[in-house]
Every structure is written in structure tokens, then in C-alpha cells.
Write a protein that binds this ligand. Sequence first.
Ligand SMILES: [Zn+2]
Length: 73
Amino acid sequence: MGAAKEFQMATEQRNVVVGERYWGAKCPECGAMTAHAPENEKPGEAQVTMTCPNGHRFSMRTDNLLRFEWGAQ
Ligand SMILES: [Zn+2]
């Protein structure tokens, strides 16, 4: 139930643009900044799941998301 959708979400690669601002977080495994949603689309869920550029999947409380500029790290 919902497994196919979750798999799709896990493998989805968000199109991020250098210089644009996103909500996201640092991957706890490799430290790569990971974008979850554009700055103007703050997630409504209490917790979100992200896949970092190196393929690690992790979840983060929305309250703990960072707003950051992609490519500025
Ligand atoms: Zn990672």
C-alpha cells in the first residue's frame, strides 16, 4: 500500500538551480545539502523525506528544515 509511490519519491531527483533558494537539510550520512522544495513552497507536512545527491534517504521534521541558496555552500 503506497509502496510504489514511496519508491518513486525516493528516486525522484529534484531539479535544483544554482543560486535559487530552497527548503532543505544536510544529509546526516554524507553532509550534502539536499533541497526538498523551493523557498516559496514550504512543505505543509510535519515531517518530510528527502533523498540527498548521493542517494541517501532521510527524513527531517519540517520545523528543522533550513532555507539555503543552492550552490552557495
Ligand atoms: Zn547523503
